[in-house]
Design a protein around this ligand. Structure first.
Ligand code: CIR
Length: 256
């Protein structure tokens, strides 16, 4: 799929008040804002036009905008994040989406789905059941995707150490999937060629294919080398401050 647009939201001044289990200490806000700018520049270099929502101090995790929606050429689905502090992030995203999509479907309570648990693989969607995405939400999403002529499978990652499905895997096209060793080897993955991420680089398993490039977190040379050897055009992106808040590359944008 050729992406042309992305929706982003920069970190707010109280970004450090967001949720995290990383134990890596508080993020440096100025640096986080600079890293976010650099991330947007990379998306622009990939050919995407960026729409930026204003930073929202009511929601310190709001820059992780991927968790709030799923975008497809023929429809959008507003999600319902599993962390109560994040549910309010969706309203402003929905408002922005309404100007771009005729209809925006929605996940309803008590269903919860975080976008980080949804991985599109050539029109098929893997939906992770996690501590954030519950069974009701996953089933609602599968139905809504079906209405949009998309198939899906539910993959249970509860019991793993992964926050989200895409903390543990990324789809890079041509049936190739980057997977960390934390990702349970479920039957749903058996049809893909798996590129294992070295254990010490597990954070980098969340990488993103954007048109002809693969964005990989900077500082993970083994995965970058593996991908370059496979002729991927690897672009390193500094993520140090987002990592402190459990955020990966994919979660900083909604791409279309
Ligand atoms: C959270 O715990 O919800 C945020 N601090 C991090 C969310 C990262 N989202 C993602 O990987 N899709």
């Amino acid at each position: 799929m050729q992406y042309t647009r992305a929706l982003v939201r920069p970190p707010s001044s109280n970004f450090a008040e967001g949720l995290t289990s990383s134990g890596e200490g508080p993020p440096d806000i100025a640096r986080a804002i600079e890293e976010h700018r650099a991330y947007c520049r990379v998306l622009e270099e990939c050919g995407l036009e960026i729409t930026e929502l204003p930073a929202d101090p009511r929601h310190p995790d709001g820059c992780f905008i991927e968790d709030t929606a799923i975008l497809m050429e023929h429809g959008a689905i507003a999600l319902r994040p599993g962390a109560p502090s994040r549910v309010g992030e969706v309203a402003s995203v929905m408002q922005a989406l309404r100007s771009q999509f005729q209809e925006v479907a929605q996940i309803f309570a008590p269903g919860t789905v975080d976008g980080g648990d949804v991985c599109e693989v050539d029109g098929h969607f893997l939906i992770g059941l996690s501590s954030r995405t519950n069974e009701l939400g996953a089933r609602q999403l599968a139905r809504l995707l079906g209405d949009l002529q998309c198939t899906s499978s539910i993959v249970d990652i509860r019991g793993s150490r992964l926050l989200h499905l895409k903390t543990g895997l990324s789809y890079l096209g041509n049936s190739c999937m980057v997977v960390s060793e934390d990702m349970p080897r479920v039957p749903e993955l058996s049809q893909y060629e798996l590129i294992p991420v070295p254990a010490e680089e597990r954070y980098a398993a969340n990488c993103v294919l954007v048109n002809d490039r693969v964005l990989v977190a900077a500082g993970y040379p083994m995965l970058a080398g593996l991908l370059k050897a496979r002729r991927y055009n690897v672009v390193p992106v500094e993520m140090s401050e987002f990592r402190k808040m459990d955020g990966g590359l994919s979660c900083l944008s909604l791409r279309l």
